[in-house]
Design a protein around this ligand. Sequence first.
Ligand code: ADP
Length: 679
Amino acid sequence: MIGSLGRTLAWSVLCLLATFAGRLTIMDGTSLSLVWPAAGVTVLWFSMQRRARLRWVDPLMLAAITLVVNMATGAPLVLALWFVAANLTQVAVFLRVHARLSPQLWGAGGDAPLARSADLWRLLFATVAGTLAGAAIGPPAVWLVSGHVSWLDAAVWFTRNTVSILLIAAVGLRVGHHWRGGWQVRRIPPLRLAEYAALIVCSISAYAIGFAANHGLPLAFPLLAVTVWAGLRLHTTFVVLHDLCLGSIAVLFTLHGQGPFAVIESFQARALVAQVFVGMVAIVGLSIALGRDERAELLRQLTDTGRAAAAQAQLLTTIVDSMSDGVAVVRTDGSWAMRNPASVALLGGVTSGTGTIADPGHYGLFHPDGTPLPDADMAHTRALAGEDVHNMELLVRNSGVPDGRIVSVSARRLLGDDGVVVVFHDVTAERRQRDELASFAGVVAHDLLNPLTTIDGWAENLDDTLRGMPDTAAQRDATDSLSRIVRASGRMRHLINDLLAYTTTRNAVIAPVDVRLRDLVVDVTTARGDLAASGATPAPLFALGRLHDVHADPVLLRQLVDNLIGNAVKYTAPGVVPRIEICSVRIEGDLVRVEITDNGIGIPAGQHEAIFNNFHRAHRSGGYAGTGLGLAICKRIVERHGGSIIATDNPGGGSRFVFTLPKATRREVAHAVKANARS
Ligand code: ADP
C-alpha cells in the first residue's frame, strides 16, 4: 500500500515538475509552451508502468496536474481541459502503436533492450503517431479559445512534443532496461575512459562556443560532430544521455536568446529550428550507435559461427584420421579431394605421387581370385558412372603388402555431384577365418560321411544275408532293426549335407550374374518330375507364369528354388497331387518378386516366421522327413543377395513363399549364362 502510494506520489511530483517546467516556456501572446518535457516523461512513465496494479490512477493524476498547472500559469479552464484531452490522447496513441510495432521491447510489453536501428525507427513512428494525435487537439483548442493560432504554433507543438518523447523515451528505455536487469559494471580500459573524458570536454567547449559566445555565426551544425563521434565510438546509453544533455543546452540557450538560432527573428520559428536541431542530434547519435552495435553483434555471431564450424571441421578431421577404415573422397577428374591415413595404409602405403588415382596395376589391385582388376572395375569409376558400389572385395598385393590383403570397398556419389566417397575396410582376417571354416566343414563332412558310407555298405550286406535266412521271428526282428539303422543313417546323411550347404551359403563368396530364372525353374521342375516318376509317387503339376531374369549367384539360386519347390512337393497331404505355381513380378527398387504357391498342408498358424529359424520344423508328426535347415538356407541366400523372403497362406489352401532378388542388369540375358553355369 505504502509502495503504491509512493509510486503515485513519485509520478505526481515528476509530472508536476515536467508540466511546470514546460509552462515556464510559454510563448508571448499564446498559451503554447516551447518545450514540453511532460510529453516525454508521461510516455516513459506509462511505458514503464504497463504492468503496475495501480496504473489506472496515473491518467487521473495526469489530468488533474495538467488542469491545475495550466490554470495556475494563466490558461483558461476550457483550454486547460482541452490540453488534458490532448495529453491523454497523445500518450494513449503512442503506447498502442509502440506496443504494436515493438512488442518485444522492454517498455512495450517485452524484455528486449532498445538495441537495433529498427527499434529506433519504430519508436520514432510511434512518437509521430502520438504527437500528431495530440496536435490534432491542442493547437485547434488554442484557436478555439483564444481566437488566434498559426500553423507555426501547430508545428512548434508537434515538434516540441516529438523531440521530447523521442529523447526522453530513448533515454528511459535504455537506462530503465539496464536498471531493471541490474547494472553490469565492466572495467573500462583507461584509454576508453580518457576518450569519454575528452568527448565531454569537447562537447562542453563546442556548445559553449556555439551557444554561449555571442558571435552571431551560424555554428550549430558543426556541433553535430561531437554527436557523430559519440555515436561511432562510445556506449549507446552514454550516447542517448549525451544527446539529451546537449539538446537541453541547445534549447535553453535558444530560449534565452543566445546561440546560432537566436538570429531568427520570430520566437516560434527560432524555437522550432532549435527543436529540429535537437531532434536531429538525437536521431543521428542514436542511429549511428545502434547501427554500430548491430554490426558488432553480427560480426560476433559470424565469428562465433566461424569458430564453431572450424571446431566441428577439426573434430571431424580428427575422427576420420583416427579411423581404422579408410575414407577418401575422389573428385570427378579422378583426383583425391581428401583421404585419411588408413586409406593409404590399407593400400600398402602405395600412392600415385601425383594427387590423381593411378591405374589398378600401380597399387597392385586384383579380383579376390587373383585376376587383374580392369580400370573400369575400380570402385570410384563405377560410382562416378552412377553405380552404388557395396562391399566389393579386392586383393591388394604390392611391395607394402607382399602377402596380400583383402579389402572390401564401397563407393557412392556425393550429393551435389562433385565426386565420390570411397570407404575401405580390411576383411583379410574374416576371409581367412571363413576359408578355414569352409575347409574345416569340408573335412568334417568328409570324415562323417565316410563312416556313414561304411554303415550303409555293411547294412546292405546284412540285408542280403538276412534275406537268405529262413523267415523266423528273430529274422524279422533283425530285418526291422536293420531298416531303422538304414533310415537313421539316411537322416544323418541329410543332416550333414544340409549343414554343409548351410555353412557354404553363409560363408561362400557370392558371384552374382544375370540369370534366366525361367530356364533354371524349368530345370528344377523337370528334375522333380523325374524324381517322382522313379519313386512311383504322383507326378507334381507345375504352372509357370511370367518369370523375370534376375541378378544372382546361379548355384545359390538353384539351391533356393530347389529347396522351395522340394518343400512344396513334400508338404502335401497323402494322395493329393501337388500343384505348384511359380511366377514373378517386377517391383520398385530394381527388384524381382518371385512367388511359389502350393496346394499342400499349409503352415500352422503363428509359425510363418519361425520356420525360417535353424532346425525349426512345423510338422514333426505326419512322417515328413527333414532337418529344419532348408528354409534357413533359403533365407540366408536371399538376404545375401539383398532381398527378403516370407511365407504366407495360399488363399486357396496350401502355402505361398515370396522372395525378392535384384533384377538382371541387362535387358536380354544370353542363354549361355544358364543357371548351372558353375554347377
Ligand atoms: P525341413 O527339412 O523340415 O523341410 P525346412 O527348413 O525346409 O525344413 O522347413 C521348415 C519347416 O517349414 C518344415 O518342417 C515344415 O513344417 C514347414 N514348411 C516348409 N515348407 C512348407 C510348405 N511348402 N508347406 C507347408 N509347410 C512347409
